[in-house]
Design a protein around this ligand. Structure first.
Ligand SMILES: Nc1nc(=O)c2c([nH]1)NC[C@@H]1CN(c3ccc(C(=O)N[C@@H](CCC(=O)O)C(=O)O)cc3)CN21
Ligand SMILES: CC(C)C(=O)C(=O)O
Ligand SMILES: [Mg+2]
Length: 277
């Protein structure tokens, strides 16, 4: 029986190997059809807890549950063939202790088949990241603007400016030393992101962290122009699908009201005779 060999899905070490060789392309994905598309162009797909704000209408990421992350992780894993899939650990699922983090990370990996988890935090997550990575759980870290700290940070502000730079630098270095295979840098000055990228031997994946990171990530609905609740400065819209979708819905509504839709071609006759056409 001859079969085309299956495409090998990337693993965390394959992502590490890209540092210094080529920019790492990452997007968020939450659903099977989008994962099928993005998989063909990305090295890494992130099932971000941004799903709570983007698809579930939550005001922040704080209300996202493990069950939500697993359902979306499963949907993405069904169609992602070559990109590494990373699932965000939601708020409250890992902060208590390394043991709690391991239990929930293991559940996420077992139930989704994803290759890694991502968690927010630097120096204070060092022990947890070490606990996970020495027990077979690949971890992507996330420092700088950590959206799950919305309340303590006082919003989604730029992090690491002026005297705050050392904190973010130390956070990034601590996670890399603890065994993280990559570090997300969110909304920090470009110069600081470059300093971090030069200082650690695993890839930095930037979002609002300038052009010198080893890779870039954006929220898929943001690049589609489909998420309109806010527009961060770091977002570049590559389409205006929101406008397109609005046009489609408005036209459908108008055609239903004017009885233009459905037409005969969308309708069924009462007999089974074969139509000519
Ligand atoms: N659609 C979407 N895109 C994201 O990038 C994203 C999410 N959702 N949800 C989870 C987090 C939250 N993130 C955010 C949210 C807002 C800004 C932001 O910069 N907002 C405003 C004002 C922020 C302020 O200064 O208080 C901006 O003007 O850029 C940045 C990152 C990043 N993540
Ligand atoms: C924006 C990325 C880095 C993220 O954490 C998310 O989508 O939840
Ligand atoms: Mg996230």
């Amino acid at each position: 029986m001859s079969r085309t060999p299956p495409v090998k899905q990337k693993l965390p070490p394959d992502i590490v190997a890209l540092k210094g060789k080529q920019p790492i392309v990452c997007l968020t994905a939450y659903t099977a059809p989008i994962a099928r598309l993005a998989d063909q162009h990305c090295d890494l797909l992130l099932v971000g807890d941004s799903v709570g704000m983007v698809l579930h209408g939550l005001p922040t990421t704080l209300g996202v549950s493990i069950e939500m992350m697993i359902l979306h992780g499963q949907a993405v894993m069904r169609t992602a063939k070559s990109a590494l899939v990373v699932v965000d650990m939601p708020f409250g699922s890992y902060e208590e202790s390394p043991q709690q983090a391991f239990r929930n990370a293991a559940r996420i990996l077992a139930e989704t088949g994803a290759g890694a988890v991502k968690l927010e935090g630097g120096v204070h997550m060092r022990e947890t990241i070490e606990f996970l990575t020495t027990r077979g759980v690949a971890v992507m870290a996330h420092v700088g603007l950590t959206p799950q700290a919305f309340n303590t940070l006082g919003g989604y502000r730029v992090q690491g400016r002026d005297e705050d730079a050392e904190r973010v630098f130390n956070d990034a270095v601590a996670t890399a030393e603890a065994g993280a295979f990559a570090v997300t840098l969110e909304k920090i000055p470009s110069e600081l992101a470059k300093r971090i990228t030069d200082a650690i031997n695993v890839p930095t994946i930037g979002i609002g962290a300038g052009a010198d990171c080893d890779g870039q990530v954006l929220v898929i609905d943001d690049i589609f122009g489909f998420f309109v609740d806010f527009r961060a400065k770091f977002v570049k819209r590559y389409a205006e699908l929101g406008e397109d979708a609005d046009r489609a819905i408005a036209q459908y509504a108008a055609e239903v009201r004017s009885r233009q839709f459905p037409g005969p071609e969308h309708s069924f006759g009462s007999t089974t005779k074969v139509s000519k056409k």
